[in-house]
Design a protein around this ligand. Structure first.
Ligand code: GMT
Length: 382
């Protein structure tokens, strides 16, 4: 098939999932065209069957706000026509789903039928989407997508709760390439980050308030009082300054390492002992799944879709949002003995393998075949 993928090219999980999906599809012989404003961070241009189309918005001085959605729409029309695409798959509803719908209507007027699938990733529904000013557009775009998927049961439920949507939403969970993480641990990195044999805790996020990064620091500080430990923070974002200020105030700066954004965090994560995910909510928690695939257990909050990903008591331990004491206890339980850590490590990897790409990719391919057929038979939903 000839597939167009629209996503955010940044470090967020939705962009990572879209890119990995496209690469896997290309590996199966499909031709995949990425359409977005920058090359997705994990997109290697040397890979066969993969193409990238940049959406460039000119900065005409009349516009205080550049009309990205319209430029994206025009680009979609152009790529669908000239690359003879069979379908579009847009990741993250805002503004990709409504742009895809507009492109579909324009193409219809030219006699071209193109189905589009919208995959909901989380904040498009749970945070941004709940801003009432977005509601009518997102609802409309979901209703008029040829198919809609959500990355967890929890997100599917949230979508029905927060939007007046009546159509079917299929859950296709995020996935992981287990082989990519199999041998990621690096003894030299371990030696560098834990020179005195400290336990290594790690957190990866965009440091937005929803991640509750201060809880990560509080848990780490409490764990460090019980055992030699260091914390690696991967990513960057609005709460980084507050995190640094906290470390300075608590005298933990030497043991908290801010590594910034990384395109391949697995080498570092795999060399750690425990992943902390303290979020207010996560539709899925891809960062936790990546850690599990590396054999790193997770202490996480039990909200949103995370309980569908982190098997409590097997891949890690869960606790309510904001319960720093429980998180500390859980961290100490996992790290408390070599036997416990080894058990959780093994459980984490086993648990992650439920999401191996080999199980998930065929579900997307089946859906693609279905929507292409549906549009042939029923035409476009106006
Ligand atoms: O977590 C973020 O803020 C980034 C966001 C994104 O759009 O990339 O992540 C969302 O999508 C990921 C991939 O499906 C999920 O693993 C994350 O749980 C989800 N984030 C939230 O729901 C907060």
């Amino acid at each position: 098939m000839r597939i167009g993928i629209v996503c955010y090219p940044t470090f967020g999980g939705s962009g990572v999932v879209a890119t990995e999906l496209g690469l896997a599809l290309a590996g199966e012989g499909h031709v995949v065209h990425f359409i977005t404003y920058d090359r997705p961070v994990r997109l290697d241009p040397r890979i066969a069957n993969v193409f990238y189309h940049e959406v460039r918005v000119s900065d005409y001085p009349l516009f205080d706000y550049q009309p990205y959605e319209l430029v994206l729409t025009s680009k979609l029309v152009d790529v669908v026509m000239h690359e003879r695409l069979d379908l579009l798959h847009v990741h993250y509803a805002i503004p990709h789903a409504s742009a895809a719908w507009m492109a579909q209507q324009i193409l219809q007027a030219k006699g071209i039928r193109i189905p589009f699938i919208t995959t909901l990733h989380g904040t498009d529904i749970t945070l941004v989407g709940r801003d009432p000013s977005f509601e009518p557009v997102i609802t409309f775009a979901m209703e008029h997508s040829t198919a809609v998927t959500a990355v967890s049961e929890s997100l599917r439920k949230d979508t029905y709760e927060h939007f007046p949507v009546h159509r079917e939403i299929q859950v296709i969970p995020n996935f992981i390439r287990m082989d990519r993480y199999a041998s990621a641990a690096n003894p030299q990195l371990r030696e560098r980050f834990a020179p005195r044999g400290e336990k290594l805790l790690v957190h990866v996020s965009n440091f937005r308030p929803v991640k509750r990064v201060m809880d990560v620091l509080k848990v780490f500080t409490a764990v460090r009082e019980q055992m030699p430990a260091r914390l690696l923070l991967i990513g960057d974002g609005p709460d980084r300054h507050a995190a640094e200020t906290y470390c300075r105030a608590n005298g933990t700066c030497n043991d908290v390492l801010f590594l910034g954004k990384m395109t391949d965090p697995e080498a570092v994560v795999a060399s750690c002992d425990l992943f902390l995910l303290t979020s207010e909510t996560e539709s899925f928690g891809l960062a936790a799944l990546e850690a599990m695939a590396c054999g790193v257990p997770v202490v996480s909050t039990n909200t949103g879709g995370t309980p569908e990903v982190v098997e409590n008591g097997v891949a890690g331990l869960m606790n309510p949002v904001g319960d720093v004491e429980a998180m500390t206890r859980n961290a100490l339980t996992i790290l408390g003995s070599p036997a416990s850590l080894a058990n959780f490590r093994e459980g984490a990897r086993r648990s992650a393998s439920r999401f191996d790409i080999a199980r998930v990719l065929p579900r997307y391919e089946a859906l693609y075949a279905e929507v292409v057929e549906q549009v042939k038979v029923d035409g476009i939903h106006q």
